[in-house]
Design a protein around this ligand. Structure first.
Ligand code: SF4
Length: 314
């Protein structure tokens, strides 16, 4: 089989391969909870937060803002070494809440605390589109002269009606502006999207790939909508007050392959779907299948269909 434009034989532009290419070896992400807040929760934008949000569900066990950043990194490295044993260099993932939402002094102190760890070679910073500005991006640009830096935005949808219903507190246009400003600063940009939000049919979601493909993104990750127990979305769904699309596994595999076939082939795909510990879910519609098992199924189906990322990208 031919090599694709991304230089390896996997049928999509894969995240681990991308890091192997730039660093020459396997790189592992280690999450930290640096104790930031979120303007969609603290009242600056809204109080309730996004209706699907329960940050605990995504936080690895070693992450807690009761521990120092260094302590979380050390425990995270140990956790990954026991499980995978293959990485010697780490990127610290500032994951919980909005990790550019503080004064410049606080941001600099927290980022430097992580970067001072001897095994850390860079940062991946998760945030909201309304939490970046010239000041904090300039700080990150300065840091990026020595370290790998990527800013990962929760965009979630291109549809403003969906964003309003989930109480996202920003529009798609704000996300575009933030991504463009970040790219202009020469920083790596990432985007996170959820499939299955209200007001979107499968055709609408497939259509959105054209808009998404035009963004100046380096990396992208996808997330099938899941309804976590401890959320407003759960209550609305239980009371039949909201209509969402909860994909069956086969249906999602078919959808995400069609989406990927139309996606810009320069985007590096970090993941196709999400997982949370089963205790956060009322039902387990996809059984107990793990993230990597579903990824294998998606790749096997791409192989069967003889298709690849960007096959129909225009
Ligand atoms: S998903 Fe992110 S932006 Fe939304 S409430 Fe949770 S932390 Fe805030």
């Amino acid at each position: 089989m031919e090599k694709y434009s991304w230089g390896h034989n996997r049928r999509f532009n894969s995240y681990p391969e991308y890091f192997k290419k730039i660093f020459g070896e396997r790189i592992q992400k280690v999450s930290v909870n640096a104790g930031f807040s979120c303007p969609n929760r603290d009242g600056s934008v809204s109080i309730g937060g996004c209706i699907f949000c329960d940050n605990n569900a995504f936080n690895p066990s070693y992450c807690s803002n009761q521990k120092t950043i260094i302590q979380q990194i050390d425990e995270g490295i140990l956790f990954h070494k026991i499980r995978y044993r293959r990485a010697n260099k780490y990127l610290v993932y500032f994951q919980a809440f909005s990790n550019t939402y503080a004064s410049i002094d606080i941001l600099e102190k927290k980022y430097n605390e992580a970067l001072n760890h001897p095994e850390v070679i860079g940062l991946i910073i998760g945030t909201r589109p309304d939490c970046v500005n010239i000041e904090n991006l300039s700080l990150l640009k300065k840091i990026s002269k020595k370290y790998f830096i990527a800013i990962e935005f929760g965009v979630e949808s291109t549809n403003n009606k969906s964003l309003e219903i989930i109480n996202r507190g920003h529009t798609f246009e704000q996300a575009v502006e933030a991504i463009e400003l970040t790219a202009i600063h020469g920083l790596n940009t990432g985007g996170h999207f959820i499939f299955g939000l209200p007001e979107q049919t499968i055709d609408d979601m497939l259509e959105s790939v054209k808009i998404i493909s035009k963004l100046p993104l380096n990396t992208i990750k996808f997330h099938q909508l899941q309804i976590l127990k401890n959320t407003k979305l759960f209550d609305l769904y239980e009371n039949n007050e909201i209509k969402v699309k909860l994909f069956e596994l086969d249906e999602y595999i078919d959808f995400i392959i069609k989406f990927t076939e139309r996606l810009n082939p320069t985007f590096i795909i970090e993941r196709f779907n999400a997982e949370v510990p089963p205790r956060y879910l009322q039902t387990k519609p996809w059984g107990e299948l793990r993230l990597f098992e579903i990824q294998r199924m998606i790749e096997a189906e791409m192989e069967k269909r003889n298709t690849w990322q960007g096959k129909y990208f225009k």
